[in-house]
Write a protein that binds this ligand. Structure first.
Ligand SMILES: *Cc1c(COP(=O)(O)O)cnc(C)c1O
Length: 449
């Protein structure tokens, strides 16, 4: 019998609405707070920083379905739908009875899922008369996606890139520049926040936290300029639900439904994007899927962080967010999965963890690259270092099925390819990578500081 490898949806099946899980969560996320007054933020309070429609989406807890503008769907057609793939090669290499599927977001022109939110964010900015957009980027995936989307809609983009990544991943900067963006390593001397950070620590390697501070400051001091964020916030995850909505239809084509859904976790957007459309069936009791967010063990906010109000950035420019956090001044080790080096989790995911709808799983750096290498050799795609975490978690679960003999259906997100991250693979092959497992003491000290 011939086996289907890839499940493809025709263009007209690209979703017409995003799924807003906030409307259907049994316990809604707690409000974002104004740090000065401790009052809950209203959409209007966020207008100075983000496009207004994005502010309304951020705090929308009533509409479960939000229309995708036709212009956004037109741009999605450049690369969507993305394939759902059965990982027969990986299954065979592991000798597992599990059925492993992955949603391949690496086929986007920028190589990751980030474009799914960059396109609507640039679109709403353009609609509202904004001319300039700023942002931060870690590995450069978000910066590249925003640069691409900004160029599609005729906006200028200024990107602060985490210094360590700027140095480790030079080609991402080139990609951003091809699309006309201005790229600055962070911390930099171009903002007050950057100057303060460099004064305190001249050797600061940068983090998403420092870059966010700089990008927000630039947006607030430049006319007709808005800030955009590629993860963490609820509107970003909303846009990413195109992943899970497509996957749901594609799993049905395969005649299966996932027992376990897995994605890597930085701020939660690719995880939520894949997981939330499936999770809605857990809320109604119709399904009992397990949801696993794979995070680096050097940045374990989901499993070892605390739930409390904290800032989203290093300097404290953002509202206070109710989230699992390692402390906003946490400095993650210089692991190669740049997109996972963030101290906190989004407010939706944080509430879902509290309520037991999902769990975190910590993956050491070496295990992630071992998993990514096996995946490349069996499925023919070199995964992004971030995505390697999801693959490692998938392999752990698939190996459990060998012991129990269960034919579990596992679905994971291939959030991006690693073809621009080969410097990281070089280090892995040369034996120059290490693990950075944290002690309880180190975590506690940071939280108390
Ligand atoms: C940015 C990024 C991530 C992490 O971000 P989330 O918001 O947690 O999804 C994961 N994988 C890739 C390839 C990325 O670029």
């Amino acid at each position: 019998m011939e086996h289907t490898k890839r499940y493809q949806l025709p263009e007209e099946e690209i979703p017409r609405q995003w799924y807003n899980i906030q409307a259907e969560m049994p316990n809604k996320p707690m409000p974002l707070l104004n740090p000065a007054t401790r009052e809950p933020m209203r959409p209007e309070d966020l207008y100075p920083v983000f496009a207004e429609e994005l502010c309304r989406q951020e705090l929308n807890q009533t509409d479960a379905w939000i229309d995708i503008p036709e212009e956004v769907r037109e741009k999605y057609k450049f690369y969507r739908s993305t394939p759902l793939v059965r990982a027969y090669g990986l299954e065979k290499a592991l000798g597992t009875p599990a059925h492993i599927y992955f949603k391949n977001e690496s086929v986007s022109p920028m190589g990751s899922h980030k474009l799914n939110s960059a396109i609507p964010q640039a679109y709403y900015c353009k609609q509202e008369g904004v001319e300039n957009v700023t942002t931060e980027t870690g590995a450069g995936q978000w910066g590249a996606s925003l640069a691409y989307a900004a160029s599609m809609f005729g906006l200028n983009a200024a990107v602060y890139q985490v210094k360590i990544s700027y140095e480790q991943k030079p080609y991402r900067k080139s990609i951003m520049q091809v699309f006309g963006a201005q790229v600055t390593p962070s911390p930099s001397m171009s903002t007050r926040a950057g100057k303060d950070i460099i004064t305190r620590d001249p050797n600061h390697q940068g983090s998403l936290g420092t870059a966010i501070s700089e990008a927000i400051e630039l947006a607030q001091t430049t006319p007709h300029c808005k800030y955009t964020l590629g993860s963490v916030l609820s509107h970003v995850t909303l846009h990413q639900t195109v992943i899970g909505l497509e996957a749901e239809k594609q799993m049905a084509m395969a005649g299966e439904y996932p027992d376990i859904v897995i994605a890597c976790f930085g701020g939660g957007s690719n995880f939520g994007g894949l997981a939330f459309p499936f999770m809605r069936h857990n809320f109604t009791g119709e399904r009992n899927t397990r949801f696993i967010a794979a995070e680096p063990d050097s940045c374990p906010k989901l499993t070892r962080g605390v739930f409390r109000y904290d800032f989203g950035d290093e300097t404290g420019y953002t509202p206070l967010l109710p989230m699992f956090t390692l402390g906003h001044n946490f400095k993650p080790a210089n692991i190669h999965a740049g997109g996972l080096r963030y101290h906190g989790a989004g407010v939706i995911v944080s509430q879902l963890i509290k309520d037991g709808y999902m769990e975190g799983m910590d993956i050491p750096q070496l295990e992630s690259f071992e998993a990514g290498t096996l995946f490349a050799r069996t499925e023919g795609i070199i995964p992004a270092p971030e995505s390697c975490h999801a693959i490692a978690a998938t392999i752990r679960e698939a190996k459990k099925c060998i012991e129990t003999g269960e034919e579990k259906v596992i679905l994971f997100n291939l959030s991006g390819h690693g073809l621009i991250d080969m410097a990281s693979y070089d280090k892995f092959i040369a034996g120059d990578l290490q693990n950075y497992t944290l002690t309880d003491e180190a975590i506690r000290k940071n939280l108390e500081s």
